[in-house]
Design a protein around this ligand. Structure first.
Ligand SMILES: Nc1ncnc2c1ncn2[C@@H]1O[C@H](COP(=O)(O)OP(=O)(O)O)[C@@H](O)[C@H]1O
Ligand SMILES: [Mg+2]
Length: 289
């Protein structure tokens, strides 16, 4: 039986991190088929189930991607759900989770089209160093670090203006120094249970933990507190996820803060935990049965 794996044209053969999933599906006599999400030749009806994987260009066409998820979800069993894709494709979902008691990174949310004086906003909050990023993005692409050793007031204002002229909301956060030192903790869930965790660290002199920016990945054993915090995030989302990744960082007082809940197309770090690929294949087989 076919299992569609939605990807992007830059990753026609999937990301190498999904190789263990392909192997695990094949061990279960399933037939994994990478399909490019925005290729008109992709036939979404051929497989009874579809998993969203390396669709890492959706931020360039978010509305098309949401519409694709709706359509695909109507002809096959799409994971995660189209409605979850819609919700998670804009980082304003963090406001929902915060409203349900999840500690998140302090954020000044700016609506598209609004005008602000960024130097003033940072000064009143005492944020010497800050991050400016769009609410719809990934891979740390359009993010600017502001403050000592980074962009100055002029560049910060120009970046905010550019982002606010677009369609999406803009986020301003204090720059969390812990990220430079300890990076980000990613806790991966399959079918509601933690399978493994990795710590992603930036390369020296950077603060972006993504491998695209030279970051490294190390499998770690989460502490009980980290495990429980990640479970609380998932519970607060009140949704059915086939897979999920909870990304957490530490605030100034060492407190755990949610930076992202990734439930569209997270890299799941399956090469660090082949047993998680098995668990995912088993969950897919279970849903097909
Ligand atoms: N407030 C922050 N303080 C320090 N580093 C940050 C902050 N926000 C983002 N970063 C860095 O930038 C990266 C990308 O930001 P993130 O919010 O995870 O968006 P995405 O992964 O969707 O691009 C993070 O993984 C982290 O390395
Ligand atoms: Mg991230």
């Amino acid at each position: 039986m076919q299992v569609a794996l939605a990807t992007s044209s830059a990753f026609r053969d999937l990301d190498p991190d999904d190789a263990p999933l392909v192997a695990a599906l094949e061990r279960r006599e399933l037939d994994p088929r990478p399909l490019v999400w925005d290729d008109p030749l992709s036939d979404w009806t051929a497989a009874p189930v579809c998993l969203i994987r390396s669709t890492w260009d959706y931020f360039d066409h978010p509305e098309e991607f949401r519409a694709w998820a709706d359509t695909t979800g109507s002809v096959t069993d799409l994971w995660n759900r189209a409605e979850t894709v819609r919700w998670n494709s804009d980082k304003r979902y963090l406001l929902d989770l915060e409203g349900r008691g999840v500690p998140t990174v302090p954020t000044l949310w700016l609506e598209p089209g609004s005008q602000i004086d960024i130097a003033h906003e940072l000064a009143v909050r005492d944020w010497d160093a800050a991050i400016i990023k769009p609410a719809i993005d990934g891979g740390a692409r359009r993010l600017l670090r502001v403050g000592p050793g980074a962009a100055g007031a002029g560049a910060a204002q120009a970046h905010v203006n550019t982002l606010l002229a677009g369609d999406g909301a803009v986020m301003v956060q204090p720059f969390l120094e812990s990220v430079e030192r300890d990076g980000e903790l990613s806790i991966v869930f399959v079918d509601g249970r933690v399978t493994h965790a990795v710590r992603k660290r930036p390369s020296s002199g950077d603060f972006r933990v993504q491998p695209e920016w030279g970051g490294s990945v190390e499998r770690v054993e989460p502490t009980r507190a980290e495990h429980e915090a990640a479970e609380a995030v998932l519970a607060a989302a009140e949704r059915d996820f086939l897979y999920a990744r909870v990304d957490m960082v530490r605030g100034g007082a060492g407190e755990l803060l949610l930076i992202e809940l990734e439930v569209i197309e997270p890299r799941l770090f399956l090469r660090s935990a082949p047993e998680a690929a098995d668990a995912l294949a088993a969950a897919i087989a279970g849903r097909l049965a």
